[in-house]
Design a protein around this ligand. Structure first.
Ligand SMILES: [Zn+2]
Length: 292
């Protein structure tokens, strides 16, 4: 699922292709937008807010899109052939000017709002972790205000901080040795966890592949994410995966029970120490066994 870094990179590409030019094609394949016509309008800018993309146009118009699970925007030279997706209905939007054609595939949301009403779509979001005015102390304070909610859920809550998804949450929690089910108020050095999440996402903005290990080779990119059943890169313990949160919005979370000790809920909600967890107290300071 695209996270804030991918969305910001997409916004920059769309901005480079669309901003300052008038649309000659604006094909919005979305039921609620039938009949809307943006042709002739100049695109002013394209910005990312958390995981949301805002294409701002003349005449107080903003086209909002969200990539959700598998959405993407592609950029081609206008007039040159481009590879069609397998089925035409995967295409949800085509915006083109004389030079560039941009195509939105599998978009999870598409809305047209007045630019001065954008807050109705993105006003609920917390501070954007990749925004230029990012403030670590403010962000950490918002996280801390969540009290005993599991830290993994808090980091994924776009109303607390915007931009983090399951990949960077899992990886940041691993790097800080924090079990994602730990109550936020019990996470030692909470600011360091928020700082690590911010750093991981910042360095990934300019990368095509999300990497946290420093090794972009296929299969080597992550410490725990999508590695369930495989050995932890640090201690060899089997990486686990479990749903975090309540259905239907639960998310898969990957963690090492040894490096990120603590209780996790079973299917019936009881808290247990999982297989592979050998360290006792997650909140207790410990000697750094591995390079952090
Ligand atoms: Zn481990």
């Amino acid at each position: 699922m695209p996270e804030g870094d991918v969305v910001l990179r997409t916004a920059r590409r769309l901005h480079a292709a669309l901003a300052g030019r008038k649309l000659i094609t604006a094909d919005l394949r979305w039921p609620s937008l039938a009949g809307e016509n943006l042709v002739g309008l100049e695109v002013l800018e394209v910005v990312a807010v958390g995981k949301h993309l805002l294409i701002r146009l003349e005449q107080n118009a903003t086209l909002h899109s969200h990539l959700r699970m598998e959405g993407s925007w592609h950029v081609h030279r206008t007039g040159e052939p481009w590879r069609r997706p397998r089925t035409e209905h995967e295409i949800r939007a085509i915006l083109a000017n004389q030079e560039w054609t941009t195509i939105g595939h599998h978009l999870g949301m598409l809305d047209l709002v007045a630019t001065d009403r954008e807050h109705t779509l993105v006003g609920h979001l917390g501070p954007d972790i990749l925004a230029p005015d990012w403030d670590l102390a403010v962000a950490t304070g918002r996280v801390r205000d969540q009290g005993r909610r599991p830290i993994g859920l808090v980091l994924l809550d776009q109303q607390v901080l915007a931009g983090i998804g399951t990949f960077f949450m899992s990886e940041a929690a691993f790097l800080r040795g924090v079990n994602p089910w730990t109550p936020t108020s019990e996470v030692p050095r909470l600011e360091d966890l928020v700082r690590v999440a911010h750093r991981l996402m910042t360095v990934n903005v300019d990368r095509a592949v999300q990497v946290t290990t420093g090794n972009a080779r296929k299969g080597q990119e992550a410490y725990v994410h999508a590695r369930s059943g495989r050995p932890c890169r640090r201690c060899g313990t089997t990486i686990r995966v479990a749903p975090l949160g309540e259905p239907p919005t639960e998310r898969p979370v990957f963690w090492c029970p040894h490096c990120q000790p603590g209780l996790v809920p079973t299917d019936d909600g009881r808290l247990i120490r999982p297989l592979g967890a050998t360290r006792a107290d997650p909140a207790r300071p410990r000697r750094s066994q591995y390079r952090r």
